[in-house]
Design a protein around this ligand. Structure first.
Ligand code: PTJ
Length: 243
């Protein structure tokens, strides 16, 4: 039991959720390592949505507004952390939800689909695995023809760099949420929200509700500049932390 007044309460609760997710076979064991890396970056970012992340969430919402076939790719970590918010975002944007795993097993796909369904998700893709992302070896290339394969704008939170690049080569617009502004995914995506997925998904949803003139937001968007802003923020925070 973690006392609610513990200064690291939320962070410890998330760790517990992740550990339970591993025990239930939802999160891959290496998902804990990915979570730990995310935690470290979140600490450096002050564990809140900074202005560059808020701008990126607006740009992501703008891409979702103009999308004809938007899809969100859900893995084990994301399902455990924000299944409810994903379902709400999908409902409001008309986005399809696809369970798409780096360490794919049918058993994990099924379990993640059922979590999303418990939160009200409908017609979740992933089991069919009837298409392949070209240029990727092994099971992580497997995707749904109706979902990621046919989609035009793909939101891939906590993605691996390889797949992000392969999706770009297919001509898709890739939106990602990654606390590490230096990751290959962060560098390759069209929009990178450098924020924790637990804050970023509801924030994208909020922006989706009030985005006006999405084409203008997209035309002005410079992802590299925003990644540098995240790096500058971390550097400045470290430089002045004990002053
Ligand atoms: O469930 P599976 O089989 O699809 O596997 C999922 C993981 C996450 C294990 C897999 O995709 C993986 O190994 O990912 P990486 O390459 O470690 O990348 C994860 C990235 O997400 C890292 O850059 C982390 O900093 C970042 N990250 C971790 N937790 C969060 C996060 N970003 C946003 N919010 C988080 N909560």
């Amino acid at each position: 039991m973690i006392p609610e007044n513990h200064p690291r309460y939320q962070s410890l609760m998330l760790r517990n959720k992740m550990a339970e997710g591993v025990m239930q076979g939802i999160v891959h064991p290496t998902g804990l390592i990915a979570h730990g890396r995310g935690e470290a970056f979140d600490y450096l970012l002050g564990e809140r949505t900074q202005s560059f992340a808020d701008d990126a969430a607006r740009a992501a919402a703008a891409y979702l507004k103009i999308a004809k076939k938007p899809v969100i790719s859900v893995n084990g970590n994301v399902a455990v952390l924000v299944a409810d918010e994903i379902v709400k975002l999908a409902e409001e944007t008309g986005m399809k939800i696809e369970v798409n795993l780096f360490h794919r097993t049918e058993e994990r796909v099924e379990k993640i689909i059922s979590i999303l369904e418990k939160h009200g998700g409908r017609d979740i893709l992933g089991m069919e695995g009837d298409a392949k992302i070209p240029g990727l070896a092994h099971n992580r290339a497997i995707c749904s023809h109706e979902g990621i394969y046919a989609g035009d704008v793909i939101l891939v939170p906590l993605e691996d760099g390889d797949r992000c690049e392969a999706l770009k080569r297919m001509g898709k617009k890739v939106l990602t949420i990654d606390l590490n502004p230096m990751s290959r995914t962060a560098r390759n995506a069209n929009v990178t929200v450098v924020d924790n997925v637990i804050r970023a998904i509801p924030n994208i949803r909020e922006h989706y509700g009030d985005v006006k003139k999405p084409e203008e937001i997209i035309a002005k968007w410079n992802n590299r500049k925003h990644l540098q802003m995240a790096m500058d923020f971390i550097c400045e925070r470290l430089r002045t932390y004990y002053r």
